[in-house]
Structures are given as C-alpha cells and as structure tokens.
Design a protein around this ligand. Structure first.
Ligand code: FMN
Length: 229
C-alpha cells in the first residue's frame, strides 16, 4: 500500500476483534514512525505500549478514575468552550458518530457516556499506547509528536491494522503516570489504540467528511507565474 492509499484508508477505529498484534509488528511500526521529521532531529517522543495484564491493570485504574470523575491533564487538548466554526464541525461529528452510526440520540447522556467510557479499554484493542514528549523542547515537541502519531497510524494502516488516536486518555494523567511510571519531565500528549478493526462494529458506519482544499488554502501567485520557480 502506498502513502496515498494509506491516507485515504485511515479512519478512526472504535471497535476491534480479539486478534493479537505480534510484538515484532508493533516494534516495526514504532521504528517506521520514528522516521518522522522532528526539530533538529531531537526525536522528543517516548512511547508506552500496554498489552495483556498491564493493559487490563491500566484500564481498571482509568475506569475507576473516570467513574469517580477524578480528572487532571498535563495540557488542554480540548477547548473548554468551542468557538465557531469548530463548534459546528464538532456537533456534526457527534451526530455522525453517536446519531447515525451508534444510534444514540443527542440527549441520551447515559448511552453517550457509556460509549465514551470505552475509550478507557482502548475500544477493546489488544494494544494500547501512550505518547509523551520531553517538556524541555517546549511546545514545538507537540508538533513533532503529531507527526509521529500520524506516521504510526499510516504505517499501521499499510499493514492492515487499525488505530484510533485518543486524547481522552490524557484526562487522567495521574493514573497514567503512576501506572506507567512516567516522570514529571514528560508531557503526556495522547493515547492510541491499535489492532484489527471489527468491520461489524456499529461505529464503522461513522464516515467523516472533509472541507474542500479551497476552504483552508490561499494560493499567493500572479495568474501567469504559477508554474515558475
Ligand atoms: C489527537 C487526536 C485525539 C483524538 N482523541 C479521540 C478520543 O479520545 N476518542 C475518540 O473516539 N476519537 C478521538 N480522535 C479521533 C477524532 O475524533 C477523529 O480523528 C475525527 O473525528 C476524524 O475522523 P477520522 O479519524 O475517522 O477521519 C482523536 C483524534 C486526534 C487526531
């Protein structure tokens, strides 16, 4: 599969089959993702991979913190108040995932919460990951982490695997820190699930759309100069 195909195929997977991912495959994906560009090749990322009993222990602790609403994160990935036009896009995404795919109404808070809770068992994926970066290169390291995450997801897709980036996991940074022995110097950036997607899971009906290129791009050139260097 080439990069164009991998980009077109990738979508967030929120339901997995119980098929293990060999450790060599995870390691290969990590090695590929580490080919990502980073500021002065600083490679500020660290990755924690949880499987088996370690994943079950982490999930149990995360769910206990979720149920107790015992939250705390290293940085605000989620805005507290979404401004337009992002609020409308978020609402549309919610309608597609919860309404169209999962059949959960906008006001059915209990079922929405139950679906959200599944983030903490990595949607049943056999592999969970937590990505952190060193705090010392400052905010630039977050850009590098994003590149790493995207590269990992594309490489996984190319090998027939599915993924979901999961910022919801970082809402419980104390649990992650304690469980995975993550030092304070590391900023907890994002989680990720990895496995073989369950094609029958209702969430696979969720198809997200994209705005046209013209809506987010401004080309600066004179009419007759476009092809000139
Ligand atoms: C950094 C990041 C964090 C995300 N966190 C979550 C999450 O916690 N739970 C979840 O279900 N989806 C999460 N997503 C998936 C987005 O909802 C998804 O990428 C978006 O709706 C576009 O859909 P697509 O990935 O299927 O193209 C996250 C995506 C990114 C890039």
């Amino acid at each position: 599969m080439d990069v164009v195909e991998a980009l077109s195929r990738r979508r967030s997977c929120r339901g997995y089959v119980a098929r293990p991912v060999p450790p060599e495959t995870v390691e290969r994906l990590l090695a590929l993702a580490s080919r990502s560009a980073s500021n002065a090749n600083s490679q500020p990322w660290q990755v924690h991979v949880v499987t088996g009993a370690a994943k079950r222990r982490l999930t149990a602790d995360l769910l206990a913190a979720f149920d107790a609403d015992d939250r705390g994160r290293d940085y605000d990935y989620q805005p507290t108040d979404w401004p337009e036009p992002f609020r409308a896009r978020r609402r549309e995404f919610g309608d597609r995932l919860y309404g169209e795919a999962l059949g959960i109404g906008r006001h059915d808070a209990a079922r929405r919460l139950a679906h959200h809770r599944r983030n903490y068992d990595f949607f049943g994926a056999p592999v969970g990951m937590i990505l952190t970066v060193s705090r010392s290169p400052r905010q630039g390291a977050l850009v590098d982490a994003g590149l790493f995450l995207q590269a990992f997801m594309l490489a996984a897709g190319a090998l027939g695997l599915d993924t979901c980036a999961q910022a919801s996991l970082i809402d419980f940074s104390a649990v992650l820190r304690r469980n995975l022995r993550i030092p304070d110097e590391q900023l907890i950036v994002c989680g990720l699930s990895l496995g073989y997607g369950d094609g029958d899971h209702l969430s696979t009906r969720c198809r997200t759309a994209r705005l046209p290129v013209s809506s987010f791009t401004t080309f600066h050139h004179d009419e007759d100069e476009y092809c000139e260097a």
